[in-house]
Design a protein around this ligand. Structure first.
Ligand code: FES
Ligand SMILES: [Fe+2]
Length: 380
């Protein structure tokens, strides 16, 4: 591994700190070096509210989903009381990962020496052959509960016990998006992709429309080269609003569903593309919403999860299963187009010949996001 001298010296990033049209892009090693990635994990992902998908992933009491986020094993579970909780998925005996995959359970049981834990509060309820262990008290060895909060039916996880509540993080976003009535939506599809790129490459791609006429020339090109100034933000998010007619979740001329009832203000005039910091994109259009959730794995690997939500009333239509395929096709094609170009960018940016580039006026949020990352990684 190459050691980069002064990698965290603010002077190294002076070019990125300039206003958009004078600024340079981030130095290439910000996308390739494990030391920069580790610093992002410590200063961003272990500190902030991380989007963890939708609560309807675990609809029934006992339903659980175990996964790793930035290398930390986590299990989310719906308790018998109906509440969704998150626990550090590491056994309190000798640290083994307790739960694997998805499923339904009545207790958490460690596959190593069978310590068992309650799903409602993580307390240790069974530990064989521990009677002779001096001073051992089960009450001190429960699974560690992590902070999990919800908004609009979505889950957010925070590893930092001292972090301010989720409502502070989101700011006015719930108000801005209120008329979509996200709470009453239903997840109808959830697809995972493994990307060979840094998480920022994907976020930057999602938040600029400069690439649409080339990357999506055969699919979304009808959207033209939209340029819209960023929407005002009163929280840890940024976004673009595009004024247009017709759903943005369909390919040109595809048949879709009626619009969401009760949309108000701008929601009635086009589509929002929102980035909830640091790494979750929401698309909200006339008839549905979709999210792109990123789980960074290493400097050059990222898991992408794409979720699709429709109003419950839409999902109850007799033609839902048939027509929803038009939406799934749009996402499948356009998302793979973005995945391919993101992997290409990662391959190119790893070259020793790459140097910082410059921004178009159409990439204001790429500049915003890069500076947001620097604020965290370097200290504001
Ligand atoms: S590590 Fe889990 S029971 Fe031993
Ligand atoms: Fe794209």
């Amino acid at each position: 591994m190459t050691i980069i001298e002064n990698q965290f010296d603010p002077a190294r990033y002076a070019g990125v700190r300039k206003p958009l049209l004078e600024a340079e892009t981030l130095p290439p090693d910000c996308y390739t070096s494990e030391s920069f990635y580790r610093r992002e994990v410590e200063t961003i992902f272990l500190k902030v509210w991380n989007f963890m998908g939708r609560a309807d992933r675990v609809p029934n009491p006992g339903d659980y989903a175990a996964f790793e986020f930035v290398g930390v094993p986590v299990v989310i579970v719906r308790g018998r009381d109906g509440k969704v909780r998150a626990f550090a998925n590491s056994c309190r005996h000798r640290g083994a990962k307790v739960m694997e995959g998805d499923g339904n359970c009545t207790v958490f049981s460690c596959p190593y020496h069978a310590w068992t834990y309650a799903i409602d509060d993580g307390r240790l309820i069974g530990a064989m052959e521990m009677d002779e262990t001096e001073g051992f008290e089960k009450k001190n060895f429960g699974l560690i509960e992590l902070r999990l909060e919800t908004w609009g039916g979505f889950l957010f996880l925070n590893f930092d016990k001292d972090a301010a509540p989720l409502s502070d993080w989101l700011g006015d976003l719930p108000e801005v998006l209120a008329s979509y009535d996200l709470d009453s939506m239903v997840t109808t599809q959830r697809v995972e992709y493994d990307l060979d790129c840094n998480w920022k490459i994907y976020v930057e791609n999602a938040m600029e429309s400069y690439h649409v006429p080339t990357v999506h020339q055969h699919t979304l090109q009808k959207q033209k080269r939209d340029h819209n100034p960023p929407i005002p933000t009163g929280g840890e998010y940024c976004g673009l609003f595009t004024r247009h007619t017709g759903s943005r979740a369909l390919l040109p001329n595809a048949k879709g569903f009626p619009y969401i009832e009760g949309l108000e203000g701008l929601a009635n005039e086009g589509t929002y593309y929102v980035l909830i910091n640091p790494s979750t994109m929401f698309g909200l259009t006339y008839d549905c919403m979709w999210w792109l959730e990123l789980h960074p794995v290493s400097a050059s690997k990222t898991k992408l999860i794409v979720g699709s939500c429709f109003p419950e009333k839409t999902t109850q239509r007799g033609d839902f299963d048939e027509l929803v395929q038009n939406y799934y096709e749009r996402w499948r094609i356009s998302i793979v187009e973005d995945n391919v170009v993101s992997d290409l960018q990662q391959t190119g940016i790893a070259s020793p010949f790459v140097q910082p580039g410059r921004f178009s006026y159409m990439e204001p949020l790429v500049h915003t996001i890069d500076n947001w990352v620097l604020d965290r990684v370097l200290g504001a």
